[in-house]
Design a protein around this ligand. Structure first.
Ligand code: Z2T
Length: 804
């Protein structure tokens, strides 16, 4: 398609779809028409892999995830279809700017953080690798909240991403699936029958997922809840019109809003309803497809493999059992074999409080038949366990049911028992799963456990986010853009690490990216960014274990020393410390940390003497769109979680691939990043995971650490003095007392080593050639972290494993 043709289709779409011409078109009209023009191209010329499954010899991959943090769609679709230049030229011929139109696109923020963004990267790689796959999830009316700051405190606003429609979505109300809820179970010992109390409709809303230059389009099918007419009758059988409308609203709350907790779940009935709602609708879809193709249920594991993204969709395991037993009349053993061979489970955490459990008094009333099935699975499992010689202590700790503090289903145990493979998301994480969290399961079923280290899509996070680096890479490697599908080719950049022209070009790209970020922040937030300072970036959800507190404590020490004349300003490496972080709305300590960072920012940035050397940029509402501008501009990437707590991290990979150096602990995928880039190109500090365990055993007393570190005490005392809250000196008392008397994630214990390491960062940066060399080597050596590699690992280690 040439530019004239594109322009023609675009104006026609504008007229037919929006009823406007070029002169009367609004922003929304232009954006919508552009999306539809590209979408039509995807539909016309690309092969959808969602058709009849019998045409594909490969197993169909069903990815089940409660979250997809997609980012904007249009530029990615143009990139995939190689239509970017055509569209730009076409729009220019109409007096329009592609960049203007796409810059106002609203991102679907249907996820919290790493887990949701990983699902989006995996969808991109599945399509790029031409693997027939469907992503299943929930079409939340409101995604992750929009964050604003008022007096430095976080406020949450509803995310109205659907306000102007959703041009990338194709919804099919006529293909609604019914999902049942509540009620009771009838029947005798041999035949059990669920008699649900109510039901809702699940409407499929499809997103096309184009692979990069692959001519494959996969589907992301997100379910939206809709009330049935019967729903009002069964719940509020009153004949009252207002109540009937209220009942509809109740049903539709199921897909209303994304729960904003990252890594720490909230055990609410509505959340479990969401999980069952999308798991049940997705299984219905998969089984219907399978049966329509004339296949037997016994061959399900040969045709379909289901990947469970953490425990959020794990209720699908008893649901498949229910379908096979109650709806299709299979025997328990056959049903269990099929189920257990179909599912695979990815675990994303090590934090005990992040492991989902569902109290029986929530699960039972909502899904009575599923609870029976879970008990039966447990019964079979524990029998086997006892037969293998396990004592009662072991049986109790491996049970699918916990007894204390309340009786509840342990979803990670259910997932492990009901899956063919269990994987962690980085080498260290998978190892810790095997040796601690799921150790007893790993010794019982050693072959079931494997690792797949996470990855990120180079299409979005290099080609789209960093076009200047992408073209420098293409020019340098002389392979066109083949490296975008074969990221190991980045290794070729090592040959140019001593080439002065390449070094200069690389440095210029970084500087231009800083200028671009400065423009974005000026427009978006009214923040002035010093583009001549080192850009030191920490962007991720606000969580104690990630230790934003450690970062801000060190900034405060540096500030206090500068103010007290303990640092000669002439020797300082100027830095801008950039934060982006949302706190879960009910997470008190996290919100206090946001307030403190903003207070320190206000003080530093207002100080004309200090600002040129040390400043803070903390734009509100960090999201995928801002990540795409911030990450390519970064010099330094902060990955400073307490060792053993961050399962993988994926931001760490995006930074390294964009030529930032990491300061980090030996945690998650940092371990693998450091091994690949080499110790000279990575700033390592802090306790190792075994150190942490030992220190915890010995008894950790943060107050003692405070007493023994003058620099740390300086930071904490400066806060306590009210330097950042003059009208309320005690404002941050809760943070200070938590550090001194609790400090669950040992920020204080790692403080001195962190401060030492930051000095090494300054020295390295002081030599620009040395720094740029390290930055180049970070890019050249981290091709491993392409999500294409992750997906290939899933293929060989998980999905293609022969069924037993
Ligand atoms: C999440 O984003 C992650 C783990 C969770 O555990 C839940 C959520 Cl919402 C239940 C993150 C991990 O914290 C991060 O280390 C990892 O890189 C990411 O998932 C993708 O695996």
């Amino acid at each position: 398609m040439d530019a004239t043709h594109f322009a023609d289709r675009f104006t026609t779409t504008l007229r037919h779809l929006r009823g406007v011409d070029l002169h009367s078109a609004s922003d929304v009209d232009l954006r919508t028409a552009l999306a539809h023009t590209v979408r039509a191209e995807l539909i016309d010329t690309w092969q959808t892999t969602h058709g009849n499954p019998s045409t594909t010899p490969q197993r169909h991959v069903a990815y089940l995830s409660a979250e997809y943090l997609l980012g904007t769609q249009t530029r990615n679709a143009l990139l995939a279809t190689e239509l970017t230049d055509t569209a730009r030229e076409a729009l220019a011929s109409l007096g329009l700017s592609l960049d203007d139109i796409t810059s106002r696109e609203v991102e679907p923020g249907l996820g919290n953080g790493g887990l949701g963004r990983l699902a989006a990267c995996f969808m991109d790689s599945l399509a790029t690798l031409e693997i027939p796959a469907t992503g299943y999830g929930i079409r939340y009316d409101y995604g992750i909240f929009r964050q604003t700051f008022q007096d430095g405190n976080q406020h949450e606003q509803p995310d109205t991403w659907l306000a102007h429609g959703s041009p990338w979505e194709i919804s099919h109300p006529e293909r609604a699936v019914t999902v049942h809820l509540g009620g009771h179970v009838d029947g005798d010992n041999t035949t059990r029958r669920w008699v649900p109390e109510r039901h809702v409709l699940a409407i499929p809303c499809d997103y096309l997922v184009p692979g990069y230059k692959s001519h494959t389009v996969n589907l992301l099918r997100l379910w939206s809840a809709r009330a049935t007419d019967a729903f009002d009758l069964t719940i509020f059988n009153s004949g009252d019109y207002e109540k009937a409308v209220a009942a509809r609203t109740y049903a539709e709350t199921i897909s209303h809003v994304l729960y904003p907790e990252d890594s720490t779940p909230q055990g609410r009935t509505l959340r479990l309803t969401q999980q069952y709602f999308f798991a049940a609708a997705s299984l219905h879809d998969l089984l219907t497809r399978h049966l329509k193709a004339g296949r037997s249920l016994h061959t399900l594991p040969d045709a379909v493999t289901i990947q469970l993204n953490d425990t959020h969709p794990v209720i699908a395991i008893p649901e498949l059992m229910r379908l096979l037993l109650d709806e299709h009349g299979l025997s328990w053993d056959d049903a269990w074999h099929i189920t257990q061979q179909t599912f695979n489970y990815t675990c994303h955490t090590l934090l005990p409080e992040a492991l989902e459990v569902w109290p029986l008094d929530i699960l039972g009333p909502l899904l009575p038949r599923h609870l029976e099935i879970i008990f039966a699975i447990n019964h079979h499992f524990l029998d086997d366990l006892r037969r293998s010689g396990a004592d009662e202590l072991r049986v109790r700790s491996m049970s699918l049911i916990q007894e204390h503090p309340v009786r509840a289903v342990r979803m990670a145990h259910l997932a492990t028992v009901g899956s063919r493979t269990v994987n962690g998301v980085a080498e260290l994480h998978s190892e810790l799963l095997r040796t601690s969290v799921l150790a007893q399961f790993a010794s019982y079923w050693p072959d079931r456990f494997t690792n797949v280290t996470n990855g990120v899509t180079p299409r979005r996070f290099l080609a789209l986010a960093n076009p200047e680096l992408a073209s420098l890479i293409s020019d340098t490697l002389n392979v066109g853009d083949r490296w975008l599908k074969d990221l190991d080719l980045l290794r070729g950049l090592e040959d140019h690490v001593d080439d002065p022209a390449f070094i200069a070009a690389f440095r210029e790209v970084k500087h231009n990216n800083k200028e671009r970020l400065a423009r974005t922040l000026a427009n978006r937030d009214g923040i002035e960014l010093n583009t001549n300072a080192m850009l030191d970036v920490m962007v991720k959800r606000l969580h104690e274990y990630k230790r934003q507190s450690l970062r801000i404590l060190h900034v405060i020490t540096q500030y206090a020393k500068m103010k007290n004349g303990l640092i000669d300003l002439a020797t300082v490496t100027p830095r801008t410390v950039f934060f982006g972080a949302k706190a879960a709305p009910g997470y008190r300590l996290a919100k206090e940390t946001i307030s403190l960072i903003n207070a320190v920012a206000t003080t530093l940035n207002a100080d004309d003497e200090i600002r040129p050397y040390l400043s803070i940029a903390f734009p509100a509402n960090y999201n995928v769109t801002l990540a795409e501008t911030a990450i390519p501009a970064a010099d330094l990437s902060e990955q400073i979680s307490l060792a053993g707590k961050e399962a993988s991290g994926t931001g760490n990979m995006k930074f390294a691939l964009n030529g930032a150096l990491t300061i980090g602990t030996l945690d998650g995928a940092n371990v693998e990043i450091r091994e690949l880039v080499g110790p000279d190109n990575f700033f390592l500090f802090g306790m190792t995971e075994p150190d942490v365990v030992q220190r915890q055993r010995d008894g950790y007393h943060p107050h003692t650490v405070y007493e023994q570190s003058a620099d740390l005490a300086l930071a904490i005392d400066t806060i306590s003095s009210g330097a950042f809250s003059p009208s309320e000196p005690g404002r941050y008392e809760s943070l200070v007392s938590d550090w001194l008397w609790n400090d669950r994630f040992m920020a204080l214990a790692d403080y001195e080593d962190y401060a030492r390491c930051q000095e090494a960062v300054d020295r390295h940066y002081a030599n620009p050639d040395q720094w740029t060399r390290s930055a180049i080597l970070n890019v050249a050596r981290t091709g491993f972290f392409s999500s294409d590699r992750s997906i290939r690992d899933y293929q060989t280690r998980v999905w293609q494993r022969p069924t037993k």
